[in-house]
Design a protein around this ligand. Sequence first.
Ligand code: KG4
Ligand code: ZN
Length: 341
Amino acid sequence: MRILGIETSCDETAAAVIEDGRNILSNVVASQAKLHATFGGIVPEVASRQHLITIVPVVRQALEDAGLELRELDAVAVTFGPGLAGSLLIGVNAAKGLALAHDLPLRGVNHLEGHVYATWLEDVDPGQSPGFPLVCLITSGGHTDLIIMEGHGRFTLVGRTRDDAAGEAFDKAARVLGLGFPGGPAIQRVSAQKAGAEPRFPRPRVKDSLDFSFSGLKTALVRRAEEKGIYPPREGVEIDQQEVANVAAAFQEAMVDTMVRRTVEVAEQYRVNGVLLGGGVSANTLLREQMRERSPVEVLVPRPELCTDNAAMVGAAAFFGSETGQRQQWDLDVMPSLRLG
Ligand code: KG4
Ligand code: ZN
């Protein structure tokens, strides 16, 4: 079964052709990061306009790379939430038009389920080995969720962030440190330059809950940046770049430690067989290393380009989701606040 996946929930316009939920026949991602960098973050109106410009060439490229025509496909799948309403609308309407014109079934995909199924695109079947139940840490610019997966399409949310998503915290921290957008990769890059005595940031814990909270950590970073003359930037005052690297590294360490600790706790409490990582923040090298080192069970994590937003994961999720009976009608609408589990 060959599915055309379409993803436009945030600032990536993406299309991919996926065979049987695993084989990537094509995977095209047009990032708008440079466009939004000028504004220091994603501007929703700019994002949806750019999706409108890019969606047709991106779908064309995905079909061309796969060497297939639309009529040779079996379904069109599209992210319908969660995400930015205006951005989701472009993808959903493009998918509807293509499906209707070529008499193909339409499948709506939950973006978070997409991040989970990115792991199936690698040469593994986590449902077979290590086997269900699994705990999924989906950590991105919009979410930091801990989800127990008991089988295909069977998800229970057991923990989530009470304030900022981890990616959002990375992006804000990078802005304070003058490192630009997107913040996660920038923080990771400068952290490698750390030297000498680093600050130690708190590891926030929400009492009697499996939830996350990152706002205290962000405040600690802002205080430190103010003390050291990094933030707000002042004309004529030179910023100590070594201090920036040290603060970035300490922040990254605290973020990673907080996420790993919670995930390990959930893995033990729910006696899962494996840990799945997904979402943009799971591209972070330290998070990947630390999770592998500290998890009591096997850790599966897609390669970095499948962690950040893409449409291959949408094609995979639509395939496995179809086994659990999800099917969409023509009245499929966007759901910006859709949740998983
Ligand atoms: O999944 P994603 O591409 O889009 C959303 O669904 O939000 O995640 C984007 C987020 C951004 O906040 C970005 O800063 C973060 O993922 N990110 C990282 C890294 N690469 C991307 N955060 C930490 N380390 C990275 N290497
Ligand atoms: Zn995402």
